[in-house]
Design a protein around this ligand. Structure first.
Ligand SMILES: *Cc1c(COP(=O)(O)O)cnc(C)c1O
Length: 223
């Protein structure tokens, strides 16, 4: 198994290339997804210089948070059951999976400070995927105004698994266009500046469309 440091070096050079080829030119922040790996491997990622960590289950999330140094930024990237919100919400720096009003209500009730949330969008409209359909995003965000503990920092999506890179890029572009529409609305509770998109297989296409956070597991820490 390669060291995280070596994987990160390779990743950084491809990220740099993608950024050069993108008309947006922003270098995304890398979230290292540690859901498949042990705490030792997560600590190795920290020592390699990574500071943003992603987990998709509550147990793994709390474990990693507890054992990583305090300046690790913790991202919850999995779907969150409403009844589990109280166990974890105040430990989360960024939630990437806000996708229903019932969840927003519970977060608002249990949070003891404002929670940075990404609204998860199912741009490809696959039945198997969580997230709000593209046409419902703006009405959904309008409804969030009443929740004083929710701040919409951006939009998140997962592209379909396909070899067709141009199709994948089309979905990322669509997410960016929705984000742009929301930004123009100038909502204080939903600045929506960020785009969380791109994983090990498709971060290149995501960066071409302006991703500001990429979520990388396999390519950095292995499966
Ligand atoms: C697992 C996961 C990732 C990372 O996937 P890799 O293909 O291993 O890079 C990114 N985002 C979400 C939401 C995930 O569940």
């Amino acid at each position: 198994m390669k060291s995280v440091e070596e994987n990160l070096k390779n990743l950084n050079s491809t990220l740099e290339n993608a950024t050069k080829n993108s008309k947006f030119g922003n270098t995304p922040q890398v979230i290292v997804v540690t859901k498949y790996v042990t705490i030792d491997r997560a600590i190795e990622a920290y020592q390699a210089g990574l500071r943003n960590f992603g987990e998709n289950r509550i147990e793994g999330f709390l474990d990693k948070k507890q054992q990583l140094p305090d300046d690790a930024v913790m991202h919850f990237i999995g779907s969150l059951q409403t009844r589990k919100v109280k166990e974890v919400i105040n430990e989360i720096d960024y939630l990437h999976s806000l996708d229903r009003i019932k969840l927003a209500k519970e977060i608002n009730k249990r949070a003891n400070h404002v929670i940075n949330c990404f609204v998860q969008v199912n741009v490809s409209n696959e039945e198997s995927k969580h997230g709000i359909s593209a046409t419902d995003v703006i009405p959904f965000i309008k409804e969030l105004e009443e929740f004083e503990n929710i701040k919409v920092v951006g939009l998140m999506t997962m592209a379909p698994l396909t070899e067709d890179k141009s199709e994948v890029q089309k979905y990322f572009k669509q997410l960016r266009e929705i984000r742009d529409e929301i930004q123009i609305m100038n909502l204080s509770y939903a600045p929506c500046n960020e785009l969380s998109m791109g994983m090990s297989n498709d971060y290149n296409e995501a960066i071409l469309e302006g991703a500001s956070f990429v979520r990388i597991g396999t390519k950095l820490v292995g499966e």
